[in-house]
Design a protein around this ligand. Structure first.
Ligand code: SAM
Length: 261
């Protein structure tokens, strides 16, 4: 490939992914909006609606980056809590909710913390930022009600390890949800999408951040990621039950889900 990525040794991959996200952190949110024409917001809404967040839950958002998924979960929970408080006529209900944002890259977390302050979540005890690797989570087994990973699993070195860790940290009944750029199988649409991703996205990246290579790498990583059915079977192999997936925009994006029963 033009990025020479296939020849890179495994142990160098995480270093390279780290470099990519260090470079793109400050432009990350703008690029998401540009590359997806704002659609990533709807995809993330969809992911969170499938989670059915609830007040008091412990949730882990892995590869959480600048907090997009965590903010949505907290907003949903705050709305539910507000209603519960009105019903109970009591504003002292304890709030045990914990939403952990775990990311390997401190630069992404720094941008996320600033965004949290701007959104009024600055002193929210429910939101916890943790630097850590999806392949070796620093969380106790059976401690989480939910696990999400959005646009993150594609970049890891060992997908199986990430899935095993997701299974380990979830409680029985806990839900695993993964949002990821996936594979388009519709003939003409596939050609348009290929052109868009191989030509338009790297140029856009170069224009906005002066960094063509990082965006080229991101596009190539989509092609290397297992297709929907294969990824579903990997999730089942990790122990999850009721594994299913939903394609959005013809498979540009897929949401995979599973339960630990
Ligand atoms: N989930 C966020 C979103 O949807 O906007 C961020 C997605 S961003 C494309 C991918 C993130 O995965 C980056 O913040 C990167 O630092 C993180 N990442 C890559 N490898 C990781 C790993 N092994 N463990 C944890 N995070 C990782």
């Amino acid at each position: 490939t033009s990025f020479g990525f296939k020849e890179v040794r495994e142990e160098d991959k995480s270093q390279m992914v780290g470099d990519v996200f260090t470079k793109v952190a400050s432009n990350y949110d703008l690029m998401n909006d540009l590359m997806s024409a704002g659609l990533h917001r709807l995809w993330k809404d969809r992911l969170v609606s499938k989670l059915h967040p609830f007040p008091g839950m412990s949730h882990l958002d892995v590869a959480g980056g600048t907090g997009d998924i965590a903010f949505r979960i907290l907003e949903d929970i705050n709305n539910l809590r507000r209603r519960a408080l009105q019903d109970a006529n009591d504003d002292n209900l304890p709030d045990e909710t914990r939403i952990y944002v775990c990311d390997i890259n401190p630069n992404m977390l720094t941008v996320g913390k600033k965004r949290a302050i701007a959104r009024g979540f600055g002193d929210n005890k429910s939101l916890v930022w943790v630097e850590g690797d999806a392949e070796a989570l620093k969380f106790e087994s059976a401690s989480m009600d939910g696990y999400t990973i959005a646009f993150g699993i594609r970049n890891v070195t060992h997908i199986e390890k990430v899935l095993d860790e997701a299974y380990r940290v979830l409680k029985r009944g806990g839900r695993f949800l993964c949002l990821e750029l996936s594979h388009v199988d519709i003939p003409i649409f596939k050609d348009i999408y290929d052109f868009y991703s191989f030509s338009v996205i790297p140029s856009m990246g170069e224009f906005v951040s002066g960094d063509r290579e990082s965006y080229q790498y991101l596009v190539e990583s989509i092609r290397r990621f297992p297709p929907q059915e294969k990824f579903a079977s990997m999730i089942a192999d990790a122990g999850f039950q009721m594994v299913e997936y939903e394609n959005l925009v013809g498979g540009v994006v897929a949401i995979h889900s599973g339960l630990k029963l």
